[in-house]
Design a protein around this ligand. Structure first.
Ligand code: MCA
Ligand code: AMP
Length: 531
């Protein structure tokens, strides 16, 4: 149980043991009471064999199908070996049944799943492949041509699912995968110029799932619509994995479209919906544009849900109130992060406080600290720090960044500032202006600046997040130019080099950037210049 702790820092052992004891007292659970193997997940699926696991592209797939297809993919990936031993297997597959069977196939063969974002341009994908040193990239024939340039280095083998054998011998044994082993790498932007790979173990993911299943009372009767991208925790863990853990059904809508979401609400027997604030904003806009008859049907369709959740970014109270008026649901807002899964949640039963994110989830320990790392009481703003089995293992091959992300006494430092206000946490902001949340994507201002500086017409630049009701923040770029620039051309140039959601929407042209006495760009001053 303490292996990882000893590895990370032997000196921290005392604090970790003390925390485990604290967690046992706080949650009533002994760590070894929880299922600890991937095989527990598989065993649960066997119980639900004849129930629908996934609806994708109009077709239903049973848990039995998922078990068979993932075993076939696992056997193929093993290629004669007995265990992939944490080899990173990347996959570029839109949200679909194929995505799920590949993710499970990688896990069941003992590999580490590296899901790629299907809207990222080649340079972003290449970065992940080279950082993880993934040697296999799985995709479908539809994307083969687009991805082909990634094989030019000779280091990556591109495999289309359609080319896999339809049958693999049952005689090929699948490995026993211990819960302490690495299972997934998701990329997250931070205060450094390049994204970091967040490595979770099977145990981490299981803890993240079990906390939500318990708190939000998931069951095999649930049916959820998944419209979120499957390279982030929200779509992968909170929606897909919680559904599969519970024997529930997950319907995929691969590309978000507010009208299509409303169609699903009207047509499907859904019980749960989870999305980011921007999506609720867009659903409200679509509702407001509909005629009176359609609006009534839309309102009525919300009656079948037992729970609607918002997260990944701050939910404006105005959005919560408008959605309440339309749907009759008070959105349950919760707080999480790629490194920790979910940490805080408003109650499933009980009062949900607008502008608040509730209390710690089962198995999650939270504290707020000041700059001297002293624990703070209610009413005082401080950094949220987290402990529990839900907390990630490491940043992929970045031991210094990993060590820096934890306090000396073993708590993960989120960088988010919050306050405990009358029994519920309230998020107040972040301790870095260089992290932007736009459309609930976490974006590093430094990453964008780095790319902008390589443009021949740009001498200097500063990127900031500007408040916006629809997107949370929109990205603004202040540019000091060497020569004239065409904004549309610049945007297209950027889109070839970064995902579209990272391309700045607002531009400001300056003679010089505001700086402090040390020459550092003062981002808060810069933000004001956009007004
Ligand atoms: C797209 N557009 C934008 C942005 N993104 N404009 C301003 N700011 C943006 N961020 C523009 C496009 O350029 C385009 O404009 C138009 O909007 C439509 O683009 P499209 O890509 O089709 O957008 P969309 O499909 O409507 O996307 C909105 C979205 C998406 C569905 C809200 O951003 C999304 O899926 N966000 C969720 C990300 C997520 O899962 N985050 C969770 C990570 P034009 O037509 O003019 O070109 S956080 C997490 O996992 C933690 C653990 C947690 O707590 O949950
Ligand atoms: P990511 O690293 O993409 O997983 O994003 C995690 C970050 O999203 C957190 O560190 C918070 O800054 C932000 N976040 C998630 N949920 C909420 C919420 N309910 N309110 C405010 N911020 C949130």
């Amino acid at each position: 149980m303490y292996g990882r702790i000893v590895q990370r820092n032997k000196k921290l052992c005392f604090w970790k043991i003390a925390t485990e004891i604290f967690l046992i007292l706080a949650t009533g659970l002994f760590p070894n009471e929880k299922p600890t193997q991937l095989k527990d997940f598989v065993a649960r699926c066997q119980q639900f064999a004849d129930q629908t696991a996934v609806i994708s592209e109009g077709q239903s797939y049973l848990y039995r199908d998922l078990l068979e297809d993932s075993a076939r993919i696992a056997r193929f990936l093993l290629q004669g070996s007995t265990d992939l031993n944490e080899a990173r297997i990347a996959f570029f597959i839109p949200s679909s049944y194929a995505y799920v069977s590949v993710q499970w196939g990688v896990w069941r063969a003992g590999g580490v799943a590296v899901p790629l974002c299907t809207s990222h341009p080649l340079p972003s994908l290449e970065y992940v492949l080279s950082d993880t040193a993934a040697e296999v990239l799985l995709t479908t024939s539809q994307h083969k041509e687009f991805l082909q340039p990634l094989t030019a280095s000779g280091k990556v083998q591109l495999i289309c699912l359609e080319d896999l054998p339809a049958e693999m011998s049952d005689a090929i044994a699948l490995p026993e995968v211990d819960a302490a082993r690495r299972s997934m790498i998701l990329y997250t932007s931070g205060t450094t110029s390049l994204p970091k790979g967040v490595v979770s173990t099977h145990k981490n993911i299981q803890a993240q799932i079990q906390a939500l299943v318990e708190a939000w009372e998931w069951s095999a009767d649930d049916h959820i619509l998944n419209i979120l991208p499957l390279h982030h925790v929200h779509g992968i863990v909170n929606i897909l994995s919680c559904a599969l853990w519970s024997g529930a059904c997950c319907t995929f809508l691969p590309k978000f479209d507010p009208d299509k979401v409303w169609e699903h609400f009207l047509r499907d027997d859904l019980t749960l919906f989870m999305a980011v604030p921007t999506i609720y904003f867009k659903l409200i806009t679509a509702y407001e544009q509909a005629d009176a008859t359609a609006q009534q049907q839309m309102r009525e369709s919300c009656g079948k849900f037992r729970l609607m959740v918002s997260g990944s970014a701050a939910l404006p109270v105005s959005v919560l109130e408008k959605w309440q008026a339309i749907s009759g649901h008070t959105l349950l807002e919760r707080y999480g992060m790629t490194e920790i899964g979910m940490a805080l949640s408003n109650p499933y039963r009980g009062e949900r406080r607008p502008g608040h994110v509730g209390m710690p989830l089962p198995g999650v320990a939270i504290r707020l600290v000041n700059e001297s790392n002293e624990t703070l009481g209610p009413g005082l703003p401080g950094e949220i720090q987290v402990q529990g089995d839900n907390v990630f293992n490491e940043y992929w091959q970045k031991p210094e960044a990993t060590q820096e992300a934890f306090t000396n006494d073993g708590w993960f430092k989120t960088g988010d500032i919050a306050m405990l206000n009358e029994g519920s946490y309230r998020i107040l902001g972040r301790n870095s202006v260089d992290i932007i949340k736009s459309g609930a994507y976490k974006i590093s201002a430094l990453e964008i600046e780095e790319v902008l500086r390589t443009h021949p017409a740009i001498r200097e630049c500063g990127v900031v997040g500007l408040p916006d009701e629809e997107w949370g923040e929109v990205i603004g770029a202040a540019l000091v130019l060497r020569s004239a620039i065409d904004e549309t051309e610049l945007k297209n140039w950027l889109k070839e080099r970064m995902p579209a959601y990272r391309v700045p929407r607002k531009y400001l042209y300056l003679e010089d950037l505001p700086r402090n006495t040390l020459g550092k760009v003062t981002k808060n001053e810069l933000k004001k210049l956009f007004n």
